[in-house]
Design a protein around this ligand. Structure first.
Ligand SMILES: [Zn+2]
Ligand SMILES: [Zn+2]
Length: 339
């Protein structure tokens, strides 16, 4: 089968690999779509030697059709449509059993990280890490929801976003743009913050009331010119230190900021700003797998334009170009197809 491999720093090759077979408890999935995510780029840029030596297939946003099931699998059959949750959690710890498997600490190597991922014609996945894709959603939409869609949705649920809220979204990459769309569909007003003009234009075309370029001056006063009381809630999806430093100026007194964006720098903001104004802060990592059906239902009922965050649809043969485009970070999401 054709599959991608990382062969060096910022080097991707299309290779012929043996077709995998489903082990006990696993599904064999023929991929229809697999999208690139920011976390794939960390691997692409760092190129860990062990990852290269084992020729691990990248990709953790896969969506496709079940073609075979392994021993002991119940409830899945060939022909079912599946999306893979890349973290392989235990389903036995307190967090898993209480429906919060996103924070399970007993994880095994995740798909696309320590185990072969979805940038391939076929992959195996634990049935327990597989989620059903409803007929109303395309495989491409399944890929968008698999990681980034859920990552955008879960903090909004935790923030309790509704029609009375003014929600700021900082970082208008795919997660931020999805969060903006979801918050709008929940009834909130949205202002987007991002230095890239194209991303701001896209956020406005999707319904944001206004957008702010954080490199053009202080974000706090710019936001107050739009919302005199600042934002009730913030989804921080950039992971950038200046965005963290701006939190006390962006969020109103007693407001809440959800930290979603990943970064390598230590978190830094004004402690006095956070305490003086009773600001709430929380971190958020992907989404609980138990939220999947609700997420799929929400995006269908609200007719969310998930594809708006995709800038390039490529064949898997164009894997190298796809990663180059994603690495430039100026494009939207890159989605590979296999037909
Ligand atoms: Zn991802
Ligand atoms: Zn667990």
């Amino acid at each position: 089968m054709r599959a991608l491999s990382l062969t060096g720093e910022r080097t991707i090759a299309v290779q012929d690999k043996p077709e995998p077979e489903p082990g006990p408890g696993e599904l064999l999935i023929r991929l229809r779509a697999s999208a690139i995510c920011g976390s794939d780029l960390h691997l692409y840029r760092r190129a860990p030697q062990a990852y290269i030596d084992r020729a691990i297939t990248p990709g953790h946003e896969g969506s496709g059709d079940v073609v075979a099931v392994g021993e002991g699998v119940t409830g899945w059959a060939p022909g079912d449509r599946a999306v893979v949750y890349f973290r392989r959690t235990c389903w036995e710890c307190d967090d898993c059993r209480s429906g919060n498997n996103q924070v399970c600490a007993v994880i095994r190597p995740g798909y696309g990280f320590g185990a072969d991922g979805s940038d391939a014609e076929l992959m195996t996945a634990d049935a327990s890490a597989s989620m059903r894709l409803p007929d109303g959603l395309s495989a491409r939409e399944g890929s968008i929801l698999a990681c980034q869609g859920g990552t955008a949705y879960a903090p909004l649920v935790r923030l309790g976003v509704g029609g009375r809220d003014r929600v700021a979204v900082s970082g208008l990459g795919p997660v931020g743009l999805l969060a903006a769309q979801f918050a709008l569909a929940m009834g909130a007003e949205v202002v987007g913050i991002d230095p890239v003009a194209e991303r701001r234009a896209l956020a406005e075309s999707l319904g944001a009331s206004a957008t702010i370029d954080p490199t053009a001056g202080d974000v706090g006063p710019a936001l107050k010119a739009i919302w005199p009381r600042s934002a009730d809630k913030l989804v921080e999806a950039s992971g950038a230190t200046p965005a963290h430093e701006a939190i006390p100026a962006v969020v109103r007194p007693r407001g809440t900021a959800a930290l979603v964006g990943l970064g390598t720098e230590p978190f830094q903001t004004s402690l006095n700003g956070i305490t003086r104004w009773d600001i709430n802060l929380f971190g958020s990592t992907i989404y609980p797998q138990t939220m999947w059906d609700e997420l799929c239902d929400f995006v269908q009922r609200k007719s969310i334009d998930l594809g708006a965050v995709v800038s390039h649809d490529l064949s898997i043969e164009e894997g190298s170009r796809g990663f180059e485009l994603a690495d430039e970070a100026a494009s939207g999401k890159i989605c590979f197809h296999f037909d």
